[in-house]
Design a protein around this ligand. Sequence first.
Ligand code: B12
Ligand code: SF4
Ligand code: SF4
Length: 356
Amino acid sequence: MSLNLFEEKEHYQTTSNDFKPYQTSFCETKIGNFVTLQHIMFQNAQKYSELIKEKAKKFGFQDCGISKAGFLEEDAKPLENFLKNGFHGEMKYMENHFDKRLDPSLLVPHAKSVISLSYNYFPKEEISTLDNFKISKYAYGEDYHEVIKEILREMVAELQEEIGDFHCRIFTDSAPVLERSWARKSGIGWVGKNANLITKKSGSFYFLAEIICDLDLQYDLPTTDHCGTCTKCIEACPTDAIVSEKIVDGSKCISYATIELKNEIPSDFSKKMEDWMFGCDICQDVCPWNRFSLPHNQPKFQPNAYLKNFRKENWKELTQEIFSEIFKKSPVKRTKFAGLKRNIEFLGFEVIPPKK
Ligand code: B12
Ligand code: SF4
Ligand code: SF4
């Protein structure tokens, strides 16, 4: 609609020499309408953005930032290089939808805005690592895909009640969306040297999610990078998977080997796993910004009694039945029983000192 009014304005400018009085007043009214409409659109964008951020807080999101949907120019080359170098290993899905990954309007028709959200998963208490295999903090409780999507659905329903119907799709690690790039663009944090998105006030132990919608909104600006001269994550990574600043060779990452890889774990990982049986938190645990992480308050992310009490011996005796019981709703389901068993067997019972 605004485009039509804009065309009227162009018409007024090019034919202004032979105007008859009544035509002038007609066009002036149109320009007046155009300015008024623009003003209303601006006010709505501001009002809706404020409302979205209020709702994000109400629904428990840690941060919310908004970007204009469009082509992610700066990220095209890093993504291309990531794939060219085979850093995705056997994650073949990463090769699909290259264009959609860089431009959400190809994924969500008429997309105008990307609302990025972060959801804290930092636990109050860590599971003991004494005589135990390690599991990444993000996998202590129920599967975040389910938990966050449910929250997003409720949040969108409330927004639609107040704003009126708008078209949108919700995502969390569930589609070809460069989630860290959008979160960076909308100022939630910066991409650390460990490639994770980091926020000054809360570190990096949070999930990312998006609402991609056809609303015109008010857009946020990226924040600054606060890694400085620190290189703790690069030094601590036991497999040297952080090949350069902000670039992780996924195929070398323990998270990939224990979760994504379907085949045998390559011998290159031998004696480097530091007892991680599902995921890896090393490059985040050593990050000074994670001193500011505060515990989440999502009951569904609490570990169950098995996870709290199991020790290496128990994991070694794990059966399909117990696996199904412990990980009924957990993201660990992704590896299946055979995958977790493979990881545990790979780790064996060696005690490997952490990398200095
Ligand atoms: C594939 C994948 C993996 C792979 C590959 C990791 C990787 N670095 O790409 C593996 C299995 C190894 C993995 C591991 C983990 N993952 Co993962 N993963 C993904 C997934 C599905 C896609 C990521 C992707 O597109 N990678 C391709 C590269 C090119 O993209 P990128 O790293 O996101 O993009 C950055 C680079 O391009 C970088 N960059 C590099 N050079 C340059 C240069 C310039 C100029 C610019 C501008 C940018 C830039 O900046 C981009 C962001 O702006 C996302 C979900 C999603 N759809 O986005 C989750 C996601 C990134 N993972 C997540 C998590 C939590 C993890 C783990 C911490 C889990 C764990 N504890 O085991 C680890 C962390 C490992 C690490 N240090 O990165 C979260 C990250 C949350 C956060 N705070 O950042 C995400 C967003 C899932 C979610 N919805 O919460 N993951
Ligand atoms: S998650 Fe672990 S293996 Fe992967 S980059 Fe970080 S420290 Fe390295
Ligand atoms: S450990 Fe240091 S270099 Fe790595 S992400 Fe954190 S601040 Fe940046």
